[in-house]
Design a protein around this ligand. Structure first.
Ligand code: ZN
Length: 213
């Protein structure tokens, strides 16, 4: 049975590929697009408009290509940095965001998080709900852009080195950094590509003091 299809507006893809080029360089991005079987975008990148034409499977293919190019751990680091760039550098480009540049660094975590998740999951008619715990917020994705369409074939070894959907963690962390002015840790605690029923993420309420790359 063919899986259901979900689409981002072209603008999301446009910003995603802009960030990929920034993180990997032009040659790196060309190699990545070949590996991801998305080489048409080398000559014809997605236009900067809000037409919903970019299949989320293509983000998943890019994540897989990052891993192929750099081995899982390093590749997931690149996917994390790309996600971080998309939301940190371009969050105000998306119409779902009710804040302006003058609000940056001033938005509370509880107000920023739902907006970021809505931007990241704009292919859904309803964003996933957020559960508040004592020290964390948690949210789950039934359709995750980092791994949608991937079979549950990831090995335990890969997981322990680094959870697969780092691109999602990067997007949330990047958006929070831009809106709240602070760094918050986001980690994946379960993944569909590893036989979980959902990709589950946890956001620490405490500001992170670790060194970030
Ligand atoms: Zn996932």
């Amino acid at each position: 049975m063919r899986e259901r299809e979900f689409f981002y507006p072209n603008r999301f893809a446009h910003r995603y590929l802009t960030c990929t080029a920034e993180i990997c360089g032009k040659n790196g991005m060309t190699a990545l697009l070949h590996l991801a079987k998305l080489s048409d975008y080398i000559e014809h990148p997605p236009p900067d408009n809000l037409v919903e034409e970019f299949n989320i499977v293509e983000i998943s293919q890019l994540h897989y290509a990052f891993e192929e190019m750099g081995r899982p751990r390093m590749g997931r680091g690149l996917a994390w940095r790309t996600g971080m760039c998309v939301m940190h550098n371009h969050i105000f480009d998306f119409p779902q965001v009710p804040f302006s540049q003058s609000d940056q660094g001033k938005v509370a975590l509880a107000d920023a998080l739902p907006v970021i998740i809505q931007v990241m999951t704009q292919y859904l008619s309803e964003p996933p709900s957020i559960v508040e715990n004592e020290t964390t917020y948690a949210f789950s994705l039934e359709t995750c852009p980092a791994c949608y369409g991937r079979n549950p074939t990831l090995r335990e070894k890969d997981w322990t080195q680094s959870p697969p959907c780092k691109g999602v963690c990067g997007m949330v962390e990047g958006g929070l950094w831009r809106l709240t002015g602070a760094r918050y840790d986001v980690k994946e605690v379960a993944c569909i590509a590893r036989e979980g029923s959902m990709c589950e993420f946890v956001v620490e309420k405490q500001i992170s003091h670790k060194q970030w790359s």
